[in-house]
Design a protein around this ligand. Structure first.
Ligand code: DLL
Length: 433
């Protein structure tokens, strides 16, 4: 089912006409109201009326995370504070958070996009949504919440944390849809098992999981353990929050980007050149309807790929591939580029391992070392030491063959790696560079 049939299935030509009109309005608006944009456009000598086609977008300067930090907290807002009805922020790993604002109309737009998202993920009015994304400054909880209400589904605003209580509520209220990060979904499965609750006896039919990278193998694991269909959702605070793109339940193959609101580009992060459809690179987004916090050519650092072919669900908008990782998450180990998600894929193809792992990067002298800690199930862990070591060596060999990097694998006891109720911590980089 499609929430906004007219827009979500619009022919390309009509969509591009709308995008261009909206882009021109946005560019004029930011030039006139945000001193950062006026300055950056002036620096390259471009005026808003020179944006005459969608291709002209490429002439506009990029916006970087540092630009948002430099204008902390409200310097990038394009409306006076009396028009801002909501503020969110995302906490980075270092320094001050990135702050974003919404007008009443932005909240309406976001709610509709989240209603579209939920329906793409198989949600209808009769569903009960167990929403375990964090409520607060993080955009996940409230983003899903407003979308659920706009769609007319029932929402349980449980937020993250207190997992045993979550399992009790799931058992008693019979929710049909689960929304949380993929790593938290796995933790729920674990806690439920400890409590003697079987997901097969619960009513879940689908889950919409995102806010962090995860792999196809992880999807299979979640679908099996939680007995539901798992969809990937992508978004970021700077663009709107969740509601930028989502997989449909019909195909589960690529995430539909809501292009009537966000124009995606893929660029080479080094040369900053635009790349054609079908080539992996860094995602760049321009918002074309946001009022309080419009953003032009934002460098997401997320590595993905765009596919223009229409989907069998009927939606015509471009799909993005699963995010492989961030260009700044990419580990460079002895000169080799390694994404944690690639290691995850290798790990998850191994028998007896659990989908919980952590990568530790250290520097010994001038040499980088990569250790991969992977949990194994109890049966495997209680196996003879010799067999455990054979498994470790075999995983090391697979990692070396697939990624070209040497790693030291350590198989550890189930539940010994720190769990997360939000975004998982997969990498510990102890190098001081
Ligand atoms: O994580 C918004 C969100 C909430 C998305 C709930 C999906 C569900 P931020 O906290 O600003 O916003 O973090 C954004 O998280 O640039 C990606 O690096 C990463 N990310 C988000 N979704 C995915 C995904 C929310 N499906 C950053 N796969 C983004 C991989 C993702 N990475």
């Amino acid at each position: 089912m499609i929430y906004n049939e007219e827009y979500e299935t619009m022919p390309r030509e009509a969509l591009e006409a709308i995008q261009l009109r909206r882009l021109q309005t946005t560019v004029t608006r930011v030039y006139n109201t945000v001193s950062f944009y006026r300055k950056s456009f002036d620096e390259v000598g471009i005026k808003p009326d020179q944006v005459r086609s969608l291709d002209d977008l490429r002439n506009l300067p990029f916006t970087y995370k540092d630009d948002l930090r430099d204008n902390y907290p409200f310097g990038m807002f394009s409306v006076p504070m009396d028009s801002v009805v909501r503020i969110h922020a995302s906490s980075g790993t270092t320094g001050k958070p990135t702050v974003v604002g919404y007008t009443a109309r932005d909240i309406k737009t976001w709610s509709e996009l989240m209603a579209r998202t939920l329906m793409a993920g198989g949600v209808t009015r009769g569903d009960i949504i167990h929403n375990a994304y964090g409520y607060g400054l993080f955009t996940g909880g409230l983003g899903f919440h407003y979308g659920a209400e706009t769609l007319g589904a029932s929402v349980i605003p449980i937020s993250g944390g207190n997992t045993k209580r979550q399992v009790m509520i799931m058992t008693d209220f019979g929710p049909t849809i689960l929304t949380c990060t993929p790593s938290y979904a796995l933790l729920m499965a674990e806690v439920a098992e400890e409590m003697g609750v079987d997901f097969k006896g619960l009513k879940f039919k689908a889950g919409i999981f995102g806010a962090e990278p995860w792999s196809e193998q992880m999807r299979e694991e979640i679908e099996r353990k939680l007995n539901l269909k798992a969809m990937d959702i992508y978004g970021l605070s700077e663009v709107i929050g969740p509601g930028v793109s989502v997989e449909c339940i019909e195909a589960q193959s690529g995430l539909h980007i809501f292009e009537d609101h966000f124009i995606p580009e893929i660029i080479d992060p080094e040369t900053e050149e635009n790349l054609p459809y079908g080539t992996p690179g860094e995602l760049v987004f321009t918002t074309v309807t946001k009022e309080a916090f419009p953003i032009i050519r934002y460098r997401t650092r997320d590595i993905s790929i765009l596919h223009p072919e229409p989907c069998r669900c009927g939606r015509t908008m471009v799909r993005m591939g699963r995010v492989r990782g961030r260009s700044d998450d990419m580990l460079i180990i002895r000169g080799i580029n390694v994404f944690p998600s690639q290691i995850e894929s290798v790990i998850m193809e191994t028998d007896g391992v659990e989908p919980h792992y952590q990568l530790v990067v250290e520097r010994e002298g001038r040499m980088d070392t990569l250790s991969v800690m992977v949990e194994v199930d109890e049966r495997t862990f209680s196996d003879e030491v010799k067999n455990l070591q054979t498994r470790e060596r075999s995983l090391e060999k697979n990692i070396k063959e697939t990624l070209g990097v040497s790693a030291k694998v350590k198989l550890v006891e189930a539940k010994s790696i720190q769990r997360s109720e939000g975004k998982a911590v997969r990498v510990i980089d102890k190098r001081e560079i």
